[in-house]
Design a protein around this ligand. Structure first.
Ligand code: HEM
Ligand code: HEM
Length: 234
């Protein structure tokens, strides 16, 4: 039954929306992004050079870079696995990859969501999967941003890993010439972190706000997979 229900339909019974792989992916990637952003920011702005002693005794930068690279691999494997699940999972697993822009119902729901966020609607439609605005943000800001970070990150990683490493052959060989220099790749990799972090900040605000104000559950849905509707009305 769940796979037949669309946003805006008249539903009251709980619906199983996010399958286990999507939920595991969500929380693993959230942790990986937190580690990447914190370690990456400190790699770009190392504050302690002369505070805790000699850097060559402490290996702090080594540890930070190791944490960054481990989380980087987690993000890479996670994105590939998530793309696979979009192909084999339920319809809600595809939502962030393929917003239904060909459907008039989708555009109506998008307009209504924007008006709802601007406090111009008293209540929204019921949303079974992500609302259309969330889908667009997840694709254009989160997915495009993270894929860019993976490509530029592994291009930088390949420089250190050596000419014969897989990362150097797969990414460094064309990414550095494309941007012109390693420094330019560093700068873009750094800037796009903020692009991804803007998504995270707005996302946190939105899921908490919608958990309180919308007509369905939010945060618990990303924990147990089930969407519950708060009022008995269709
Ligand atoms: C770095 C941190 C985070 C990132 C990058 C992130 C990213 C995402 C992405 C990409 C999705 C879409 C999932 C899919 O369909 O595959 C999503 C959904 C969701 N996330 Fe997060 N998330 C983060 C943190 C959090 C946190 C801390 C919470 C809880 C407070 C949360 C709650 C949710 C919820 C409830 C949904 C489903 C929203 C809906 O049904 O429309 N996220 N998140
Ligand atoms: C959302 C994901 C990511 C974020 C937010 C992020 C963030 C950052 C930041 C802010 C820097 C410092 C750039 C500078 O100012 O020079 C950095 C450096 C770096 N990142 Fe990432 N990164 C991400 C993903 C990745 C991935 C997937 C890899 C692949 C292994 C990676 C590898 C690197 C490397 C090799 C450096 C340079 C380290 C150095 O110069 O010592 N990053 N990252």
């Amino acid at each position: 039954m769940s796979s037949l229900v669309e946003n805006g339909e008249r539903v009251t019974a709980p619906i199983y929306v996010y399958e286990l792989p999507v939920r595991l992916w969500h929380w693993t990637v959230a942790l990986a992004i937190a580690v990447l952003a914190l370690s990456g920011w400190l790699i770009g702005n190392p504050p302690w050079a002369a505070i805790f002693g000699q850097p060559y005794d402490l290996h702090l930068m080594d540890d930070l870079r190791l944490a960054h690279y481990i989380a980087g691999y987690v993000l890479l494997v996670g994105l590939v696995g998530r793309a696979y699940w979009a192909l084999v999972g339920n319809r809600y697993a595809r939502a962030i990859f393929v917003p239904r822009v060909w459907s008039l119902r989708w555009w109506r729901a998008l307009r209504k969501t924007i008006r709802w966020y601007l406090l111009m609607e008293r209540e929204t439609d019921k949303e079974v999967g992500h609302n259309p605005l969330a889908q667009v943000a997840m694709l254009v800001v989160f997915l495009f941003g993270s894929v860019f970070e993976v490509i530029t990150g592994f291009a930088l990683y390949g420089e250190g890993a050596g000419l014969h490493s897989w990362a150097s052959r797969a990414f460094t060989s064309w990414v550095i010439p494309l941007f012109g220099s390693s420094q330019t790749v560093h700068t873009w990799h750094h800037l796009v972190m903020w692009y991804v972090l803007i998504f995270v900040i707005v996302h946190l605000y939105m899921v908490i706000r919608e958990d309180i104000m919308s007509r369905q559950t939010m945060i618990s849905t990303m924990v147990d997979g089930w969407r519950y509707f708060k009022d008995g009305r269709p």
